[in-house]
Design a protein around this ligand. Sequence first.
Ligand SMILES: C[S@@+](CC[C@H](N)C(=O)[O-])C[C@H]1O[C@@H](n2cnc3c(N)ncnc32)[C@H](O)[C@@H]1O
Length: 1008
Amino acid sequence: MSSFLESPKFPVDIVNQAAEKEKKGGGHPKHWEMIFWWTRKPLASARAVLAAAALPPDIDVHTFVAQVLKAKENLKGQVENVPHRENPTPPPEWRERFAKMKVLDPFTGFGSIPLEAMRLGFGEVVAVELLPTAYVFLKAVLEYPKWAAERGLADQLVRDVEKWGKWVTEQLASDPDIRELYDPDVAVYIGTWEVKCPHCGKYTPLIGNWWLARVSKGSSEETEEEEEGAKKKIFSRLAWMDWENGAIKIVNLNKELQTSKIEAKVNSKQGYVEVNGTKRTVRKPNIDAKHKKATCLHCGNQIRYISLKTGKHTIEKPKGKETEWYVKHALKQWNQLLEDYLNGKIDLEKLLQSPARPTLLARVKIKEGDLEYEPATNQDTEKLWKALEKIRKIWGDPDIPTEPLPPYGSRGMGGDLKTIVWGLDKWYKHFNPRQLLTLVKLVKLVREAGKKIEEEKLREGWSKENAYNYAEKITTYLALAVLKQANYNSILTSTEPTQKLIRETLAFRGIAITWNWMEVVPISNFLGSFTKSLKSVQKGIDTLIDILNNVGTSIKIDLDDATFLTKLREEVFDLIVTDPPYRDDVPYVELSDFYYVWLKRALSDTNNGKLAPRFLSEAFFKPIGATFREIRTQWEEFALREVGFNVGRLKYFKGALASKDEARSYFIDLLSRSFLSIRRALKDDGMLVTYYTHTDPEAWEELISAGWKAGFRVSAAFPASTESVQRVTARGKAALDTSIVVVWRPGVKGEALWDEVYRDALVAAEARALELLRAGRSGVDLFVGTLAATLSVVTSREKIVGIDDIGGFVKERAYPAAARGLARAVSRFVGGGEAGEEVRDAGALFYMLAKVLLPWNRRTRGRVMDRSTVHIIGFGTGLDNEDLADIKIIKNMKKNFRLLEPRGEERGELVELLHDRGLDPSRPVLRSAVDALHLLEYYAATLDIKGFREQYEKLRSVNPVLVDEALRLARVFSGRLVPSVDPEKRLCERVLWYVSGTGTLEGWLGGA
Ligand SMILES: C[S@@+](CC[C@H](N)C(=O)[O-])C[C@H]1O[C@@H](n2cnc3c(N)ncnc32)[C@H](O)[C@@H]1O
């Protein structure tokens, strides 16, 4: 039986708009602020997908949008509210349907899918996750709020988190060490690394960002156009650091000008501020790790290479391997000496002679609601060493996370855990001594709070079990606040001058060394302090209680491996909706150890100098007979089971010779096994829905073939807006803004020859594309929907005779069939297409699809697309962005790609286009039908009908095939799928008119 999700009526556009609302300016679900997890799916789309999968195809769309999705549209059909903030109110018969169904998510992450399944009232929901960290978070998100609500303890839970959070804060505030180490009036310290200059011998700080504040209303970052110059804007705060007489100096313009509104031109890239015609310079970073460069602030000399043999510094890189960038070498030495110091091998004096060491640059105070900046003093930095002495005294304490980082950290992981190459080989080294000491103290206090909560409840007469369970929940929430504060308090945080001052450790998804880190005073009221983190946790619980208050669903969270799903035993589900890891995108297992090492401590006990089980011990200990073993790190225990493509991992665990191909095969094997276990867990008439995000066509092939081999056929697909572009692109990765949702049904049968399948696939693609076009679908949505029809035909057979490599097959044959089917449907839809008439040339096909699928952008006067869009359309034409740039169909413009098309009808604009495309109208050489079309457009715009026809005949006599193909394109572009603002529409009309000679324009447009 089909579902609403598989119907062309499913309102993809509205669902995507609702998801977009969630990603923008404050639209995030509040409980996401409790703690960061990677690649969380928007609640709106999770809800829409789940509900639509459970409903029949013929339901009323309006009721779905208004009562399930809770989207409110304006007259233009745009979603105006943030729908996830409201609980769904489906009609009773829909609710009844949901209540009868069982849902599984085998890759749960932070739980968007199960949370919405619960909110919709599905009968049973099982959430599976491999990693203990996510498992504990899932308890806090899905299980505890419901547990409390069912027992009438919801308010008490929130109050007790507040009460015990306050207790922890007060204990911390009165701790003599904390009082000694932090200045009472400081909220944040800004620090960095300093190195001993090999030229002048003085310690120079390495400053990656001199800015302290650059806060303006509206857009926070300069746009690409503004990079060159700067527009005048009003800034509410402008402050930066400078270097004068061998020390940091603060420039605070608000203070200087005595105003909170500064009208200024600011260009951060070029480093200047212009106020009232006077230009002030803001220094550029004196460290450029990417190019292995640093400059001493004292003597101005370059700091480059050190010979590991002689210890001599040189500016030019000497031949031979035994050299290293001085800065990296110095940081590694610090990290080794630090360990020697803590192990009692050297004294503090010796440690502080290290060629690199942490230092403080500035401190930030809150005065009368405003921020005040001061240079840090020697006494400030001294406090770091005092903290270090205190750590040495407790060295060996099990609460100090001495667990190792994966040694393969920097290899084959897309650079996602880079700190080990700087010598940060153990987790405790990721914090400055004062941050570390504070975290150790917080962990101990949270543990103690857990004991006190249990005792209090026992005293109040609660049963042993209830008191323990309750204490587990409060302690878990307190632990989340500790983790959040750790995220804002490591030496991998960075300065964020345009909005909130601090960029947290995991802001870039990965963990990398930074130059300028932030240290928030834990008991201050500043973003990232323990106090503030607690508030985020409380707000998160409040939200979750609102969501889960009256939910009847039974929820089970399994710490299990999706490739086996052992804990499910024989259980089967009506619906499996899931979001598997995207190949090589995020190494969850290694990155989330950043949390794991602290979480384990906060929720465990200590006994004889070791950690011992207390709460949620299944996440931190492995039972061995009657005893147990502590799980040191997630990477050591789970790395090989995480579904991911990671060469470094495989090399480390399976031998140094493991190749990229083997790592890929290993990943494909894990993905295939997951699909097989998913198939076992799905009822025969059930449905599987997967989200997947990746720009690489290979990744798509892997997914499709894994599903197909496990006995699933594709039944529908559409693009869904998911990731935050900013987050993904922050470190220069390609934009992955679009996830594609694939709907799968069990059941493949029979075998067939490719020719038969191709014929059917083409017919299905064309029919589905026409259906979608008639339903008003457009854009990438239309393309993916068509692709699904092709894949549906292809994957419905168990075997296609003669095809062994399913992956290559999907890319080389299925995608092109979809593109061709779509092209046919488009010709037919615009009314100009004759039977069998279609665009065949790959470049022309891409050009045509881009023109009809993408909107005309008024600002850029043309079509601009991100990398993922180029890939998605490119799948079908067999061309990637490089091929397309080579044949000058698109132009690479740093972040985006521009389609090379006419931007106006004037001669000058067409000359410019021909120039950009490398075409000479007086000596035309045709590479594709697009070349022929653009030349014809130029002739039509610049010559009279006689002149045009001469050129046309000339061109045709050389290459009739491409010229005919160009006319096919012209017929499509003059039709209704291309908007009238697009100048190419009119140019094409004129070409067709001139070509027809005696015929009329209407005749051509009518499909003569
Ligand atoms: C893309 S994320 C899911 C995000 C989730 N839908 C959300 O909204 O938060 C994929 C998750 O799969 C988990 N994972 C990886 N390998 C796994 C395995 N073998 N079994 C179960 N979970 C696994 C990862 O830890 C990660 O949390």
